[in-house]
Design a protein around this ligand. Structure first.
Ligand SMILES: *Cc1c(COP(=O)(O)O)cnc(C)c1O
Length: 365
């Protein structure tokens, strides 16, 4: 049985008609740039997250980058990020001229370990960027406490965690800003690139408003050196349709996760940890095993699209060799990078598919 990593076709079947209708409306109005659906989607997304504002941008990477700029971060500053994440988290810091300072992760949650943050703080530190990796919220309570004590901004990388909850509240509503990606494979994905920043801080919102659109409030009056980083109206139209389905889709992901959990129990394979404080949304369902490479091989042979996210922590990436980290600098991340394996996870998986994946793993472990 072939098991795909995502199922875009099934999604298209479910929402194709509704999104085509909204796309047609955009074509009729021809308001392709910052049109009506962008404004409506921003309102709907901020309501969904429980923040005062949301501002559409052209990618999750730019959501992070512009958030840092709007928080006044730049050359000479340091920003703390987890060492185990998609590289865009750190790139966003580098684009501002600031330096990413990596912190090791917690072995259970794979998120930044709050207990190791204080040691990484210097007088140049301006912000902490927790990542809600794989859809599981970072431990925001202690992170916000440390940030308060040292006067640091918290910028949440929620690119994998649309709809996830920490102590009953949506991620993306805790920090100065929350940053989301609409890359097609994310829990809420568009038909191309897109992103959004959530915030309840009016000053940051006003700054972001200028930064994403050429530094202007009015036509041809440019107040600052801004960027071209807008969410397309066509993307916003599709995302409005999909946002209505997000909770249902996340619930289906969670149901699939529970089935994987039960089928993989007592096999020696480590299944994801879910803290009782959090509602995980399983952007990825990630197992761990010392025999990871063998498990991956077996899956591939069977046509099961398992994959490794991420094989190399950021401190060992060639792009960051100038930071001077060495092998052994972050033992937990290095160990976990050798053991993690993401199993197929999307709302349309069938019981038979999940059983087939679990059987394959059980035989190979
Ligand atoms: C996807 C992702 C991003 C970047 O989003 P893009 O829309 O691809 O620019 C940033 N951080 C994390 C953790 C991601 O998964």
């Amino acid at each position: 049985m072939k098991v795909n990593f995502i199922d875009i076709k099934a999604q298209e079947k479910e929402i194709g008609r509704d999104s085509e209708r909204l796309i047609k409306n955009v074509l009729g109005r021809a308001d392709f740039v910052l049109g009506q659906d962008v404004k409506l989607f921003e309102k709907e997304f901020s309501d969904y997250c429980g923040t005062r504002f949301a501002l559409g941008v052209n990618s999750g990477t730019d959501a992070l980058f512009l958030s840092l700029l709007a928080s006044g971060i730049g050359r000479g500053d340091e920003v703390i990020t987890p060492v185990f994440t998609f590289i865009a988290t750190a790139f966003a810091v580098s684009y501002t001229g600031a330096k990413p300072v990596f912190v090791d992760i917690d072995e259970c949650t794979y998120n930044i370990d709050p207990e190791r943050i204080e040691k990484a703080i210097t007088k140049r530190t301006k912000a902490i960027m927790p990542v809600h990796l794989y859809g599981g919220p970072a431990d925001l309570g202690p992170i916000l406490k440390i940030a308060n004590r040292y006067g640091l901004k918290v910028i949440e990388d929620a690119a994998q965690a649309h709809g996830a909850l920490y102590k009953g509240k949506k991620v993306g509503s805790f920090g100065a800003t929350g940053c989301f990606s609409f890359y097609p494979t994310k829990n809420l994905g568009g038909l191309g690139d897109g992103g959004i920043v959530t915030t309840s801080n009016k000053k940051i919102y006003d700054k972001l408003f200028l930064l994403r659109d050429c530094g202007r409030k009015k036509r041809y009056e440019h107040l600052i050196k801004g960027y071209n980083s807008r969410l397309d109206t066509l993307q916003a139209a599709v995302l409005r349709v999909k946002l209505k389905k997000l909770d249902k889709w996340n619930a289906a992901r969670r149901k699939n996760a529970r089935l994987y959990d039960s089928l993989l129990k007592d096999t020696g394979i480590n299944t994801p940890f879910e803290s009782k404080d959090c509602r995980h949304v399983y952007h990825q369902y990630v197992i761990r095993s010392k025999n990871r490479d063998r498990l991956l091989d077996e899956c591939r042979k069977k046509g099961i699209a398992a994959a490794i996210y991420y094989p190399l922590p950021l401190h060992l990436q060639p792009a960051y060799k100038e930071l001077g980290y060495k092998k052994g600098s972050f033992r937990c991340a290095e160990k976990i990078a050798k053991e993690v394996l993401s199993l197929p996870m999307h709302p349309y998986l069938t019981r038979q598919q999940i059983e087939c994946v679990a059987d394959t793993l059980k035989k190979a472990v």
